[in-house]
Design a protein around this ligand. Structure first.
Ligand code: DAH
Length: 364
């Protein structure tokens, strides 16, 4: 047996006897590392005559390959053994109860959005979404708010310094209404959607924050009229406030994207400094409070989305989610919603494990 054959036999023997990954690594470094024995042999090739190299080269390279293969094979065995030992020693009893109460809670805004999605799903509405960074065509123009319209100035819009590739001004959406445009352009009627989400306006006091939440509703079908709108809003508000004595008053109003438009007031009474929704606003101890904007989708808006307004009609509405949350759960300062104060969150937050369902009582 040549020296090289003897060396190979010895190394392969040692490798297959290596007891653990560390021992194997030590053998690898000793043979194939920078100062390893095989590395040293490979270096001698450079100083040989062509004849010597022809004789010894294949032997030395063969040695390196055999040792490399033996190390890889041993490594697989040892890794498998390590895994088996781990699986045998580490056990988790999945039937044990969790040892800590869940940390954190669901923010009232998330809770209310879940409640609304549940209520509207029961009426056949899907949830649609759109981006918070919008272009001025979808946020304004397509909604029949042209450049010169005073409503643009009224919206206190946050604009971005740059335009998009089509030269449209970019902005933080000032309402969820652009989701109406996105939905009508993306899908065929009949359409029944709600679109909850964040909206932005440059405004800040106890009842206004620069970011707040709205939910948009849109129905497009044949033969839709204001009666459908009123029934939908009544049914939604009864389910949301969990009482049957919700009385609505539809007051003529103006929105560029609806014609006719109606502002919807709800009857309430003042109790211990809190507004309790319910009852007829014109009866003793009651009053009306403005709750949401709505109307029949303007034929121009329908046409802007490529639909024929003679065939398709619909209604839309928009309502503040934060406002709905305050009315139902009794908070009085909107700014606290976004302060991230843990005491406020612990007090007004909801259990992460109790998801709102109609069958279980929407806010139980
Ligand atoms: N986009 C309006 C706003 O933010 C709210 C609104 C009013 C939405 C009437 C509608 C609607 O869909 O029909 O003030």
């Amino acid at each position: 047996m040549s020296d090289i054959e003897a060396m190979q036999a010895r190394l392969v023997g040692e490798i297959s006897a290596a007891a653990d990954p560390d021992a194997l690594e030590a053998l690898r470094v000793a043979a194939l590392g920078k100062a390893g024995t095989i590395t040293a042999l490979l270096k001698t090739l450079g100083g040989m005559t062509p004849e010597e190299r022809q004789a010894q080269g294949p032997q030395i390279h063969g040695l390196r390959e055999a040792v490399t293969a033996a190390i890889a094979a041993r490594k697989d065995r040892l890794d498998a053994a390590v895994l088996e030992a781990k699986l045998a020693s580490e056990r988790l009893d999945m039937t044990l109860p969790a040892d800590a109460a869940p940390q954190g809670s669901i923010h009232p805004v998330s809770q209310v959005m879940d409640e609304l999605a549940e209520i509207f799903a029961d009426m056949g509405f899907a949830v649609a979404t759109g981006p918070e960074i919008e272009d001025d065509w979808r946020n304004f123009t397509a909604l029949n708010i042209p450049e010169t319209h005073p409503a643009r100035a009224m919206h206190d819009t946050f604009y971005f310094p740059d335009q998009d590739e089509e030269g449209r001004a970019m902005l933080l959406r000032t309402h969820t209404s652009p989701v109406q445009i996105r939905t009508m352009m993306a899908q065929e009627p009949p359409i029944r959607i709600i679109a909850p989400g964040r909206v932005y306006r440059s405004d800040s006091d106890a009842t206004h924050t620069p970011m707040f939440h709205q939910i948009e509703g849109l129905v497009i079908d044949r033969g839709i009229h204001m009666g459908h709108l009123k029934w939908t809003l009544e049914t939604f508000l009864k389910a949301y406030f969990e009482r049957d004595d919700i009385v609505l008053r539809l007051r003529p109003s103006y929105f560029p994207f609806t014609e006719p438009s109606a502002e919807v007031d709800v009857g309430y009474k003042q109790e211990k400094g809190r507004r309790i929704v319910g009852g007829h606003g014109d009866t003793e101890g009651h009053a009306w409070m403005e709750l949401l904007g709505s109307g029949m989708v303007n034929a121009r808006v329908i046409a802007n989305c490529g639909l024929d307004p003679n065939e398709w009609q619909g209604f839309a509405f928009g309502v503040g989610v934060d406002r709905l949350a305050m009315l139902k759960y009794g908070m009085d300062d909107l700014r606290a919603f976004f302060d991230g104060d843990l005491r406020w969150l612990a007090h007004y937050g909801f259990n992460a494990l109790s998801v709102p369902t109609l069958s279980g009582g929407i806010s139980a």
